[in-house]
Design a protein around this ligand. Structure first.
Ligand code: KIV
Length: 266
């Protein structure tokens, strides 16, 4: 019998997550549906309903085609399955950038319709007033700096950020602005390891890295990359299994059995 059979595990919250800085590594994983959320719920601190769903599940070239309705539909399934992890909705492109008021309206809708306990927004210094507006009105915010995928056209591709002195200084300013605005933690994506480490040492809230080195306070992985379900994953993603190959093998075995039906037996 596992400990979980007798003792329910406590629900993770934004304040508890923030307090983990310096205590232990924070485990964050994306989840887009109830099934995968149920696999990860007891093991992860955060389940992020990432807008990466557009590329991973829907075959889009980037995240721009994800709508708030899609995020709400997937978020509801994840939040219903999650008994322990902190469920966060990744706000889609175009739903929060225009003004703090627009952001509040859409974040409140996402939270009310899914049961999630917070949101993630991309952006640094320029997004700080919005983060402050939301956090002062009861919406926990996970920031996201570095390679912010919704800026792919501005960056000219999914490229590593913070690779020269000016860009590093901008990243540090972004990190401080997000923390000072009241975010409970921030994702730091695809920056050199030493930049991830420097930001981690210099901000009071946890950093959750993806392609930002192992010195961050935690790590986030796209579940389908981690499981080896995607055909290709970013260079910084570790594949801990190759379940896509297993799935193809199982489907081929099933196909062989069905095709042989009615054929003369040996
Ligand atoms: O959309 C997403 O899944 C993300 C994480 C990879 C941080 O933004």
């Amino acid at each position: 019998m596992s400990a979980h059979d007798t003792k329910p595990i406590a629900k993770m919250t934004a304040p508890k997550l923030r307090a983990l800085k310096g205590q232990r590594g924070i485990v964050a994983i994306t989840a887009y549906n109830a099934l995968s959320a149920s696999w990860a719920d007891e093991l992860a601190d955060i389940l992020l309903v990432g807008d990466s769903m557009g590329m991973v599940l829907y075959g889009m070239p980037n995240t721009h085609g994800v709508t708030l309705d899609m995020s709400i539909q997937h978020g509801k399934a994840v939040a219903q399955a999650a008994k322990h992890a902190l469920v966060l909705i990744d706000m889609p492109f175009g739903t929060y950038e225009q003004s703090p008021q627009q952001a509040f309206e859409n974040c409140a809708r996402a939270i009310a319709h899914t049961g999630a306990a917070g949101v993630k927004l991309e952006g640094g210094v320029y997004m700080a007033p919005t983060i402050e507006f939301l956090t002062q009105r009861g919406i926990p915010v996970l920031g996201h700096i570095g390679l912010t995928p919704q800026g792919v056209h501005q960056f000219g591709g999914f490229k590593q950020q913070g690779t020269n002195d000016a860009a590093r200084a901008q990243l540090l300013a972004d990190a401080h602005a997000v923390a000072d605005a009241g975010a409970f933690a921030m994702v730091v994506e695809h920056v050199p390891d030493d930049v991830g480490a420097y930001i981690t040492q210099n901000v009071a809230i946890p950093t959750i890295g993806i392609g930002a080195g192992l010195k961050c306070d935690g790590q986030i992985a796209v579940m389908e990359d981690l499981l080896g379900l995607t055909a290709k994953s970013p260079p910084f993603a570790t594949r801990y299994a190759e379940l896509g190959a297993l799935a193809r093998g199982a489907i081929a075995a099933y196909g062989d059995v069905v095709r042989k039906r009615g054929a003369p037996s040996e």
